[in-house]
Write a protein that binds this ligand. Sequence first.
Ligand SMILES: [Zn+2]
Length: 312
Amino acid sequence: MRTIGHEATWNALDRAFRDDRLAHALLFTGAPGIGKALLAVDFATRILCRGEAPPCGDCNRCRQVEARTHPDLRLIGLSEGKKEIGVDTARDIKRFAQMHGFGGDAKIVIIDEAHRLSIAAQNALLKTLEEPPGRALLILVTESPGALLSTVRSRCQRIVFRPLDDEHVRSVLRHHKLDDDEIDRLLPIAQGSPGRALALRELLAEPDIELLQRTVAGLRPGQYGPAVEFAGALGRTEQEMTARLALLEELMQQQLVEALRAGRTREFADAELRRLAVLSDARVLLRRRNPNRPLLAEATAIRLGAISGHDF
Ligand SMILES: [Zn+2]
């Protein structure tokens, strides 16, 4: 196994596979960026590998998985620019799962970001999830299992992934060639998620981050101009907005902790908590399908402004 920090989960899955009692459909849940999809691919490699200590990483099959060309493995995710995984993809999965494995064994399908499956796609998969033909294995990976139909969830065995402890996050970040100073700065805001740390690192390096901080500080009750500026600084795409809202939340949380340590007033803490709630509302709304993003950004700015100025 190459995934870091989920040894117990790996061992349990490995044991179930060896004892031939692995469920046909698995639902991997847990925070984003902690290695759920990586472990799913590792586990698929383990199943397909014919080396001595699977996954050996060296045999033909392991190399095919690595190159994403193994005929018995299909990796599904959200296509670039798409909001959801549609019913056509679900029908493809169904057909694929019904075929006989190339190497005489399992067909494996990994659906990353499974909460992006449309309702029609989820319904189209029900039968496949219920009684996968042959020896197909479906692994659904998601940070938002609540967005899946209960009929989908009930057909899967749920595997819950916990955030990593700091030492594991550190070793993943070292793999990504980050130096210790940078890792020390990122660890407090990583929340056990190396993926989150890497995303925040990229964001913190952006020149736009200063603009974001400046515009949030400029928000005032009833003033529309600064609100529009802040909304612009939040970005346009869902990814940009989600990341920047998360970063603002982090910065405010840190500020709150420091303020409380320094003995600042209760009033400040109350206002800060209300601002945090506004940011978190915005992030939840963003995750729903097709919100009007510019409108959401402005509404968020106005709500933040109403709480009074923010001194970054
Ligand atoms: Zn191998």
